[in-house]
Design a protein around this ligand. Structure first.
Ligand code: G3H
Ligand code: 13P
Ligand code: ZN
Length: 325
């Protein structure tokens, strides 16, 4: 049976983005696939009073079961209330990289409040047609929509691209007007995963392109995917405890903060969370080879995640304290 996100206590992204644009911060969009990730996100964001976007990818739906994820998101609202004496932070539930109209409809019907339709791999006019169709369906239900222009290098779900195709600033006015999207994901040199740059390569994103885009659509919410920083202390812990991550490099937190000061008001982070959990679990098993109760190793994993998310909200995205602006 179809359910509206409003019945679950979730919100769409309209208000949080409007506040982020004027307030000079970005709303964190953290991916989750299981209970512990959701708990860490909600504990961290509630404690620092940040709005948050819980993100579910197609892969997450397959891994965890879409019905369970929707109930976890509903539980997230109650959990936040419990932590914060009855008042929950604003929580949106987003489909990350939706790749078909049918998937978007399915997610809206199961309580998602924001939908990303990623037509970035399609020819321009086909991207517009698909995105517009999703926007019409979603807006009729007060669900907000994110579109994407430009292609990030690396793997996005099953589609992979060897090189970045940067967003062309000249296309953004036409795209946003013709589709009616509420936010726009752009390609300026970020990419998914833990290997964003080759060793020796200049690890910089194209803030100049971001500036050009901002000039064309002032006040419009820009989204940055692939924004993990791949903290080297976590990589070191992983490798010191039996892991093998060589040359894992992310986007520096300084660069992310500069983008946030500009027009970026939603920042997608997944890989850093994966690294935090892996580091804590590897270290735990090295120190306690006799443990076998998942609660023993998932507790430090969840704590490590929570600290990472708090740090992102307070120091990088500056969203802390903006839950109820
Ligand atoms: O866009 C990529 C996100 O990190 C989700 O990754 O498709 O492996 O769940 P996933
Ligand atoms: P990272 O792989 O850099 O965390 O990016 C996640 C993302 O963009 C999810 O859509
Ligand atoms: Zn992404």
């Amino acid at each position: 049976m179809a359910v509206s996100y409003k019945e679950l206590g979730l919100v769409n992204t309209r208000d949080m983005f409007a506040k982020a644009v004027t307030g000079g911060f970005a709303v964190p969009a953290f991916n989750f696939n299981n209970l512990e990730q959701m708990q860490a996100i909600i504990q961290a964001c509630t404690e620092v009073e940040s709005p948050v976007i819980l993100q579910v990818s197609k892969g997450a739906r397959k891994y965890a079961n879409q019905t369970l994820l929707r109930y976890l998101a509903q539980g997230a609202v109650e959990f936040s209330k419990e932590i914060n004496k009855g008042k929950n932070i604003p929580i949106a539930l987003n489909l990350d990289h939706g790749d078909s109209y049918e998937l978007c409809v399915d997610c809206v019907e199961s309580g998602f409040s924001n939908i990303m339709i990623d037509g970035s791999h399609l020819p321009y006019d086909e991207n517009i047609a698909l995105t517009k169709k999703v926007v019409e369906y979603c807006h009729a239900r007060d669900v907000t929509v994110e579109g994407e222009l430009g292609v990030l290098a690396g793997v996005e779900d099953e589609v992979s691209a060897e090189h970045h195709t940067y967003t062309q600033p000249d296309e953004v006015v036409d795209f946003t007007k013709r589709t009616g999207v509420d936010s726009l994901a752009i390609s300026i040199g970020t990419s998914h995963g833990a290997y964003k740059f080759k060793p020796g390569q200049k690890a910089e994103i194209r803030l100049d392109i971001l500036k050009e885009i901002e000039k064309r659509i002032p006040g419009f919410c820009i989204v940055m995917h692939g924004s993990s920083s791949v903290p080297q202390d976590l990589v070191k812990i992983i490798n010191a405890n039996g892991g093998k991550l060589s040359d894992a490099i992310g986007i520096s937190e300084e660069q992310i903060s500069l983008a946030v000061k500009s027009a970026v008001c939603k920042v997608n982070i997944d890989s850093d969370g994966r690294l935090a959990m892996t580091a804590a679990i590897r270290k735990h098993f090295n120190e306690h080879p006799e443990h076998f109760d998942p609660r023993q190793y998932l507790t430090p994993a969840r704590d490590c995640l929570k600290e990472l998310y708090k740090h992102k909200c307070v120091n990088v995205l500056k969203s802390a304290g903006h839950a109820w602006d």
